[in-house]
Design a protein around this ligand. Structure first.
Ligand SMILES: [Fe+2]
Length: 223
């Protein structure tokens, strides 16, 4: 299994869309997350009303960031579009676009987070790990909940609670969810689980529109 290496800081905060709504929200995220460093339950509770406000506004997300991605690394045409990430990689905000009928792999996130449905309907299956992680590449999962989500619904991640899940689009058109995570989710090495074979492997989803560190270095090496 890969080490969960610490990622190098970026040169500056990165913005992938121009939106006053998102800028105001990010200001709230920094303020609240700094003030509640020792209690992430509070981070989530205080952020949620602002996130709810952002979700009901349907104009700020450009169409390009609500599109599926046929070249997706997650498979199934799933688009993971980075909207913002903090210089120190302590916060990332991205949209996840899942085509109708597609399902994400079973995966974890390894950070606090809020996820809200912006468009469409989803079914989320939540798991909990019941083995102690001692046996390599082995993981025993139990389903704890299956939730049907509608536009505007929000759920919380606070590892280990709610951190392992798979999400499927149940609407006729692609579902779009907005993720606020307390790490650079697309770039860290996390886990993908295969419940049927009780196995787990290292997984890095990447983003559809932004490189991770090693990819950046490779790009620079080309010039
Ligand atoms: Fe997820």
């Amino acid at each position: 299994m890969k080490n969960h290496t610490i990622l190098e800081p970026l040169r500056e905060d990165q913005w992938f869309i121009e939106s006053q709504e998102l800028r105001s929200f990010v200001a709230k995220v920094s303020e609240i997350s700094d003030r509640t460093v020792d209690d992430r339950t509070q981070t989530l509770a205080r952020l949620e009303p602002y996130f709810q406000e952002l979700l009901v506004q349907q104009e700020w997300l450009p169409q390009k960031f609500a599109q599926v991605n046929p070249e997706s690394r997650m498979g199934g045409g799933i688009g993971q579009w980075l909207l913002y990430r903090a210089k120190d990689r302590s916060v990332s905000i991205f949209s996840l676009v899942i085509p109708p009928g597609s399902t994400t792999p079973v995966h974890d996130h390894l950070a606090w987070g809020l996820i809200g449905l912006y468009k469409g309907n989803q079914e989320e299956t939540v798991y909990r790990r019941v083995d102690n992680g001692d046996a390599q590449e082995h993981a025993q999962l139990q389903i704890t909940e299956v939730r049907r989500l509608q536009t505007g619904d929000i759920y919380r991640l606070l590892p280990p609670d709610g951190d392992i899940h798979a999400v499927k689009t149940t609407s006729q058109s692609a579902s779009v969810s907005i993720h606020i995570l307390g790490n650079d989710t697309g770039c860290i090495w996390r886990h993908q689980f295969i419940p049927e074979s009780h196995s787990v492997k290292s997984f890095r989803s990447g983003y559809s529109n932004a490189p991770c560190q090693e990819e950046e270095e490779k790009e620079h090496a080309l010039y």
